[in-house]
Design a protein around this ligand. Structure first.
Ligand SMILES: NC(=O)c1ccc[n+]([C@@H]2O[C@H](COP(=O)([O-])OP(=O)(O)OC[C@H]3O[C@@H](n4cnc5c(N)ncnc54)[C@H](O)[C@@H]3O)[C@@H](O)[C@H]2O)c1
Length: 369
C-alpha cells in the first residue's frame, strides 16, 4: 500500500499528513526534517495501542532523550488538572520549544497532548500519530486542542496546528468494531455536509469498511475525509463561520455526552451518529430537507446497525438535561441554540441561519428522539 501525503497549507500553517500502512516508519525522518533541534521527546501514549506499535514508535525516536507518559484514556483525562500535572513534569525535565511532544492515541490523547503542547512554553513542536479511525479522519486535523470543564466538553482549549500528522492505518487492526463505527460517524458527516458522491460511495462500501475492514478502501476514505475537513479548516481556521458546518450533529452530541456524564455507555462517535440523525429529522420537520434525504440516511443507519434513537439510551425526563447542555455549547451566542441542519445530502444550512429556542427544542426532541 502506497503512503499518501496531503500538505495542509494556509496563511498560518503548513504541515504534512501521511496516511498508509507502516506510515509510522516515517516518524524518525520527519522529526529530523521538521524539528532538527530536537533533543527531548515526550511520548504521550494510549495504553491500548498494541505493544508491537509502541516498540515501532520507540525505535523511530531512539536517538533522543525519551520521556514516556502512558494513559488509559477517558474523558476524565481531558482535564485542566491532568494537563497541568503533565506540564509541570515536562518543565521539570527542562523541555524546550525546539523539543517535540508526540501523541500516539485516539482523539482523547491527541486533544490532551495537543493542548499541553500549545501552552507549554507558549508552544512546543507537536506530532500526532492518531491511532483510532476517528482521530485519523477528524480530531488530528484542524488544530483544535482542549480539555473538558465541569460546565461542558472541550470548553477549555486552543487552536494549535501540529508539526506533522502520521496516520498508520495498520494501527486500526486492533480497534474494536465500536470504535471503528465512531470513526465512520465523522466520515459520514464529511460526506453529508459536503460531497454527495462520497456519500454514495460510502453507502455502497459501508460493509467493506465496517465488517470486512478492507484496508485499501479504509485508506481511501480516510484520505477523502481528511481533504474535506481541511477544505473547511482552510476556509475558516478559527471557526468564525464556515468551519461551523463541521459541527453538523455535534451540538446534539455534546448535549448527549454531557447528559451521559461522559461515560463509556455512549462514546463521542455514537453521540455524533445520534446527533446527525436528530439534526436530519429536525431538518425534515422544518421542511429544510426532503423525506427522500431523511429516508436515504435512515436506511444507511439501519443497514449498518448504527445507533440512532435517543430513547434507546435516555428516558423522557433526561431530554430536558440534554437540551440544557446543548444551550451551554460554545457556539451559542444568545439564548437560542444554534444548529447546522441539512438541506440535502452534500449541502447544509448556512452557519448562524437556524436557531431554535430551548422550549421548542425540548418539545421537538420528544418527537424526534
Ligand atoms: N480536536 C478535534 O477536532 C476533535 C474532533 C473530534 C473528536 N474529538 C475528540 O476526540 C475524542 C474521541 O476520540 P476517539 O473516538 O479516538 O476516542 P478515544 O481516544 O477514547 O479512543 C477510543 C478507544 O480506543 C482505544 N484505542 C486507541 N487506539 C487504539 C488502537 N490502535 N487499538 C486498540 N484500541 C485503541 C483507546 O484506548 C480508547 O479506549 C473525544 O474527546 C472528542 O471530543 C476532537
Amino acid at each position: 500500500m502506497k503512503i499518501s501525503k496531503i500538505q495542509v497549507k494556509n496563511k498560518n500553517t503548513n504541515y504534512p499528513i501521511f496516511i498508509g500502512n507502516e506510515a509510522i516508519s516515517l516518524l524518525g525522518k520527519q522529526i529530523k526534517k521538521l524539528c532538527p533541534k530536537t533533543k527531548k521527546v515526550g511520548l504521550i501514549l494510549d495504553k491500548k495501542i498494541p505493544s508491537k506499535y509502541k516498540s515501532k514508535i520507540k525505535k523511530q525516536i531512539k536517538n533522543y532523550e525519551i520521556y514516556v507518559y502512558e494513559y488509559l484514556p477517558s474523558e476524565k483525562l481531558k482535564s485542566f488538572t491532568k494537563a497541568n500535572n503533565l506540564i509541570e513534569d515536562l518543565l521539570k525535565k527542562n523541555f524546550n520549544r525546539s523539543d517535540v511532544i508526540i501523541a500516539a492515541g485516539g482523539g482523547i490523547i491527541g486533544d490532551f497532548a495537543g493542548f499541553v503542547s500549545s501552552i507549554l512554553k507558549r508552544g512546543v513542536n507537536f506530532i500526532n500519530l492518531p491511532s483510532t479511525l476517528l482521530a485519523q479522519v477528524d480530531s488530528s486535523i484542524g488544530g483544535k486542542t482542549g480539555v473538558n470543564s465541569e460546565k461542558g466538553k472541550n470548553l477549555i482549549g486552543s487552536f494549535y496546528q501540529p508539526t506533522a500528522v502520521i496516520s498508520d492505518v495498520g494501527l486500526l487492526k486492533s480497534l474494536s468494531k465500536r470504535n471503528l463505527v465512531c470513526g465512520f460517524a465523522e466520515i459520514l458527516k464529511h460526506s453529508l455536509i459536503h460531497d454527495r458522491s462520497f456519500f454514495k460511495s460510502l453507502n455502497k462500501n459501508s460493509k467493506n469498511i465496517l465488517e470486512k475492514m478492507n484496508f485499501e478502501t479504509i485508506k481511501n476514505v480516510i484520505t477523502k475525509s481528511c481533504k474535506i475537513k481541511i477544505y473547511f479548516v482552510n476556509k475558516d481556521e478559527k471557526e468564525k463561520s464556515k468551519r461551523m458546518i463541521l459541527n453538523f450533529g455535534h451540538t446534539f452530541a455534546h448535549g448527549i455526552e454531557a447528559a451521559n456524564n461522559y461515560s463509556r455507555r455512549i462514546n463521542h462517535g455514537e453521540a455524533v451518529l445520534i446527533g446527525m440523525i436528530l439534526a436530519t429529522r429536525l431538518s425534515f420537520r422544518k421542511k429544510i430537507c426532503s423525506y427522500t434525504t431523511l429516508n436515504t440516511i435512515e436506511n444507511l443507519y439501519k443497514t449498518n446497525n448504527l445507533p440512532k434513537n435517543l430513547k434507546d439510551f435516555f428516558s423522557k425526563k433526561d431530554l430536558k438535561k440534554i437540551v440544557n447542555f446543548m444551550a451551554i455549547d460554545k457556539k451559542n451566542y444568545d439564548n437560542k441554540i444554534n444548529l447546522i441542519l441539512l438541506k440535502r445530502i452534500g449541502k447544509t444550512t448556512v452557519p448562524g441561519s437556524f436557531k431554535i429556542s430551548l422550549k421548542e427544542m425540548k418539545n421537538v426532541l420528544e418527537k424526534i428522539s
